[in-house]
Each structure stands twice: as C-alpha cells, then as structure tokens.
Ligand binder design. Structure first.
Ligand code: ASP
Length: 333
C-alpha cells in the first residue's frame, strides 16, 4: 500500500457554520474520518499545518507548505494538500516554483461545500486527490477537483459556486478521474534525479489592472514599494499612449531601477503577443519589459516572486522568466 501524507491547511472543505459565516474548524483527522473508503486505497498520515480561510494565504505560508513537503519527502509516496479554493491556483503555482523536479505527486484539493455538508463535493475530491497522489505516473504539483487533474501552473478558479470550480487555462487536463479510476490524457516522463526545493520568495510584486484612461502616475506611486509590476493590459497587450508619452516614461522609471514590468492580458484565453500592435511594440522595445505569453497571472506573479528571491539582475530575471517550468510557458513557434 502506498504511503500518503495529508497536509491540511483549512478552506471550505474544513469549514463549519459559525455566527459570522463559514470558518475552517475541522482538523485533518476529522476530514479523513469522513472518507472511510480511503482506508482500502492507501495508508494516510495526517498533519495539520494551518487552519485558515485561503483568503489569508501568504507567500510565507507557501514556503511553510513547501518546507513541510521537503521535511517529509522521502518518507511518503505522494502528498495531498487540502486547501481553500479561493487562492488554491496561486498556491499551486507557487509550489510549482518552490518544488521542482518532483517525481512524486503533490496534489492540492478542496471543495465548494464543507465535508460535513450532505451535498458536498469534498468526499469525492479528497478521494480523487488521494487516488492521484498514489498514482505511479503522475508527478509534480497538481490540482485535483471535480474529477480533473490539472497541472499546478495552469489552474485557475473560474466558477465561484459550481462544483467545476477550476479550469486548466490554455493547456489540456492531465487526466480524468471517474469512479475510482484514472484516465491519463497526457503521460509525461517522470523527472530523473532529486527534487529541487527553494526556500525564499520576494513578495514585493504588484498586479495592476489597466482601465481606459488610467493615469500613469499610478505606476510611479507604486515604484518605491515593489520590485516588479505585472500590468494586466487589454487584448494581446499594449500600453496607452495619450497626448504625451507619460506611460512609457513611467515604465522606463521602473526598468531604469532594474525592476521588471511584465505585460499580460485581461482576456481569459490565448495570452499576450505585444509585438502585434504599435502600442505594444513600443513597450516591448524597452529592456526590462517582458510579456506573459500564455502564462496565467497566478504563475506570472509567483514566478516573479521566486525569481526575485534569487536575483535582481534584469538580464538574469528575463532568462529565468522565459525558461519554462512545469508547463507554465507555452509559445507559438
Ligand atoms: N473562502 C474559502 C477558502 O478559500 C473558499 C473555499 O474553500 O472554497 O478558504
């Protein structure tokens, strides 16, 4: 029987009604006790790392989760992390950078309803997550939800209430889970060698959603407090050019200080291509201005945090940013 470690962090799956709405109160053992069928699937040890609504997730807590996996890595065949759905895609991305080259599955899951709710999706998601965590071919950071196995860098919460809360953005699901069985859509070669664990993130990354007519002074006011700026632009990507060139000047103020700017898009699918329009090409010509291509915003943000914890050299930042990690970066060739 495979040995699985369940790391509980809170979320709706562990919630109970309180006077002020749902709050995570159930412990890892309570959650496990709700799915007796797991006893015949694998041996599971449970560990309560935190018990939070994932709205309160932080980069420090991502590091604590990665450290926990690292501390137990060689004693278990796979890991299941129960987590709130609201920031689960960010955590899946962050862990994909903090834990690389893992031959073992590290599976995030949660639910839209508490495991104590009669109509819950929690029992199925937890069972499926354990099924994925003890699978011989799956590996790396994965998100399992509503019968789907999604690569950690491609996941996004796309429904606030429905059971199919997560989508794989511009990348196929890796596998499908039905009635205790796995159908592999994509079989990937397991990484050879040891996993690489990282222990630092630079949380000074800001995401700015552009709106028509935005004053470029916003960029200048953010500059002292942050080390990188992600601009969620329009369409394939561009920066406004009103009467003056103030927007480009504000971008230049960032890159002059060695702080990268990444242009991404507000459009949910197909990513950026800032060379297409003059409004994008002008920005692209500035050194230190990068683009997300098909990376999700969750991946862009956490990849920058991971990179900036290692270097502040713009050239090296660019090199690391455009080096694919766990399917995060796909480009038309
Ligand atoms: N607010 C909850 C959380 O993210 C929502 C959920 O788990 O579905 O912790």
């Amino acid at each position: 029987m495979k040995q699985i470690l369940l790391i509980a962090t809170g979320g709706t799956i562990a919630s109970r009604p309180t006077e002020n709405g749902l709050a995570p109160e159930l412990c890892a053992e309570d959650i496990l006790g709700c799915v007796p069928a797991l006893a015949s699937l694998c041996h599971i040890d449970a560990l309560q790392l935190m018990n939070i609504d994932s709205t309160n997730m932080t980069p420090e807590r991502w590091i604590a989760i990665a450290d926990c996996v690292k501390d137990h890595y060689f004693r278990y065949d796979g890991f299941v992390i129960t987590h709130g759905t609201d920031t689960m895609a960010y955590t899946a991305s962050a862990l994909s950078y903090l834990i690389q080259n893992s031959a073992k599955p590290i599976v995030l899951t949660g639910s839209q309803k508490s495991i104590y709710d009669q109509e819950t999706d929690a029992r199925r998601n937890l069972f499926d997550a354990c099924l994925a965590a003890q699978d011989d071919t799956l590996h790396g950071v994965l998100l399992v939800f509503d019968g789907r196995v999604i690569s950690g860098t491609r996941a996004r919460k796309t429904h606030t209430k429905s059971m199919n809360a997560f989508s794989s953005i511009d990348y196929p699901d890796l596998a499908l889970l039905r009635e205790g069985k796995i159908l592999h859509y994509i079989r990937q070669q397991k990484p050879a060698g040891l996993p690489a664990f990282y222990e630092k993130l630079d949380s000074r990354v800001f995401v700015l959603r552009l709106i028509p007519g935005m004053n470029p002074d916003v960029l200048l006011s953010l500059l002292p407090a942050f080390d990188a700026l992600v601009i969620e632009s329009f369409g394939v990507g561009g920066l406004p050019c009103y009467e003056q060139e103030d927007f480009l000047a504000a971008v230049h103020a960032w890159t002059r200080e060695g702080k990268p700017i990444v242009i991404t898009t507000q459009v949910p699918h197909e990513g950026s291509d800032i060379a297409v329009y003059q409004v994008g090409a002008r920005a692209a010509s500035l050194p230190g201005v990068l683009q997300a291509h098909t990376m999700t915003v969750e991946s862009v943000v956490t990849k920058l945090m991971w990179i900036l914890a290692q270097t502040h050299c713009l050239e090296r930042i660019e090199q690391l940013f455009y080096t694919p990690v766990a399917h995060d970066l796909l480009r038309f060739e």
